[in-house]
Design a protein around this ligand. Structure first.
Ligand code: SAM
Length: 230
């Protein structure tokens, strides 16, 4: 019941506030934090690197990733049509090529093992059926593929915000992120690691980032075909 309410709340919030979310996150520091996820991506294979950005929102996460790794091919998924429309406009304005698909991440419309990397910035905490998403990520990743994410940290504290580097709007976005995520369920470091290990991911690493407000995590799908080389 509570899960269903949360899910509804998240749908409403990100549908209705797509423009506000775009405005608040369209700044250099947010974009750089999104870009930093790409530092954990493997190097490209001769066939390139196919990356899935879950919960792409208004597009800043994929645009940031492309800033850092122009060589990658990105497909962004979101269940909000409004968010995808903004993402389409933003990526077009920035001259960045990103394929966009409207889908719920609990049932991804992709064949098995078709991505080298799955990534997300501020997404999994919003999902009530996290196990379903984790199963889907495992299914669409190729063996040896990598999952890289940034999620809000349960231990994050508002008091850190005034001391963070970045423009005023970034700090404002961090306050909104903290308050927002409190209602949906942030992750503890061990909780996130356990979730990934339980599904069979290996080389699970979880560390604090964003002055303790966020958790940066990565994990590898078991298997050796085209094993990721970092
Ligand atoms: C907090 S925004 C993050 C956007 C972007 N990654 C960023 O960092 O700025 C989360 C996005 O995930 C989407 N979302 C939430 N639950 C989803 C689900 N189950 N399937 C697909 N998208 C979902 C929301 O519509 C929203 O656009």
């Amino acid at each position: 019941m509570l899960d269903r309410l949360r899910d509804r709340g998240s749908r409403l919030l990100f549908g209705a506030s797509a423009r506000f979310y775009d405005w608040i996150t369209w700044q250099r520091t947010w974009r750089e934090h999104c870009a930093s996820l790409a530092d954990l991506f493997p190097s490209a294979t001769p066939d390139g690197l196919r990356v899935l950005d879950l919960g792409i929102g208004p597009g800043v996460s994929a645009i940031g990733l492309k800033d850092r790794r122009p060589d990658i091919e990105i497909l962004g998924v979101d269940r909000s049509g409004r968010m995808l429309r903004i993402a389409g406009r933003r990526t077009c304005e920035e001259g960045v090529s990103v394929a966009l698909v409207c889908s719920d991440a609990v049932a991804l419309p992709f064949v098995n093992e078709c991505f080298d990397v799955v990534t997300q910035h501020s997404f999994l905490y919003l999902v009530s059926d996290r196990h379903a998403v984790i199963r889907e990520v495992y299914r669409v990743l190729r063996p040896g593929g990598k999952w890289v994410m940034l999620e809000p940290n349960e231990g994050g504290c508002l008091r850190s915000v005034p001391f963070m580097e970045g423009e005023l709007r970034f700090r404002f976005s961090m306050i909104a992120w903290l308050l927002w995520s409190r209602g949906f369920g942030r992750f503890g470091e061990t909780e996130l690691a356990d979730l990934l290990e339980l599904r069979g991911f290996e080389d699970v690493l979880v560390q604090e980032t964003l002055s303790g407000l966020g958790l940066l995590a990565s994990a590898t799908k078991v298997g050796s075909a085209g094993k990721a080389v970092v």
